[in-house]
Design a protein around this ligand. Structure first.
Ligand SMILES: [Zn+2]
Length: 262
């Protein structure tokens, strides 16, 4: 059995402030260290559970956040940097997906660093008319390729969001959100132990979990925070402008719809 670990930053244990996840900020290196610790705990647990191959992708921002020299050698591949139109390179080799360090959708009350794709430009996303965040988008992308999300780690709000969307998914609640930039956090060693325990539990459950497959074509709608960011519809038959800040695209897969947003 092979496992794909997709790693974001905002739901990593010990992270609660945007200063820890933005490369221009003073505390960014602390955030990078924390990402590595959660990754290593998850990778170790996969190995201990008998996983054959482990693929880990850094998907936060530029995709180049992890500290190379500190990553566990138990993984088989680290997928780093810009990956073009494939959000999950190597996924076809894997049987299940872990979303590590994920966060709740934009606008979630008390969700630590809540946002959807861009906290600066996006107010809301909808998939087929239902409000959606990054857990819903990524679960849909891997679902179209036949892979179930088996575990999600993050704050309590991200875990609730995951459970509502993915029946049977295992969650690792490494913190509780109080505001968008403050929470009640597990101490480091307790968080790593929880990630390990939940990773093993999820791997044991994998055979019974189903991929999330949305009805097709996918309708992906975005409400922007500013009118000036609305794309031009010219020569894009799959795109519909809804109002001065909102547009929608159609795609034959979740991934196609995501990339058609522009
Ligand atoms: Zn992120």
């Amino acid at each position: 059995m092979n496992i794909y670990i997709m790693v974001d930053a905002e739901g990593i244990s010990g992270i609660y402030d945007s200063e820890q996840v933005m490369s221009s900020m003073a505390r960014y290196n602390e955030g990078r260290e924390l990402m590595v610790q959660d990754i290593n705990a998850c990778v170790e647990a996969c190995k201990e559970a008998g996983v054959d191959k482990i693929y880990v992708r850094d998907c936060h921002g530029s995709g180049s956040n992890v500290i190379w020299s500190k990553l566990s050698s138990l993984a088989d591949y680290y997928i780093i940097g810009y990956t073009g139109q494939d959000r999950f390179p190597g996924l076809d080799e894997c049987d299940g997906v872990i979303l590590l360090g994920y966060h709740s959708m934009a606008g979630t009350p008390g969700g630590i660093l809540e946002h959807t794709m861009s906290s600066k430009s996006v107010q809301n996303y909808w998939i087929n008319g239902k409000k959606a965040g990054e857990i819903a988008i990524d679960a849909g992308i891997v679902g179209d390729r036949g892979k179930p999300v088996i575990m999600v780690s993050g704050d309590d709000k991200a875990c609730v969001e995951a459970k509502a969307l993915l029946p049977g998914v295992v969650t690792a609640e490494v913190k509780k959100g109080i505001t968008w930039k403050g929470g009640m956090l597990l101490p480091p060693q307790k968080a790593y132990a929880l990630i390990k325990e939940k990773t093993k539990e999820a791997i044991a459950k994998l055979p019974g979990l189903k991929p999330l497959v949305y009805d097709k074509p996918i309708r992906l709608r975005v409400e922007l925070t500013e009118r000036s960011m609305l794309p031009l519809q010219y020569s894009k038959p799959y795109m519909k402008i809804i109002d001065g800040r909102t547009y929608e695209v159609e795609g034959s897969t979740m991934e196609e719809a995501l990339f058609r947003l522009g």
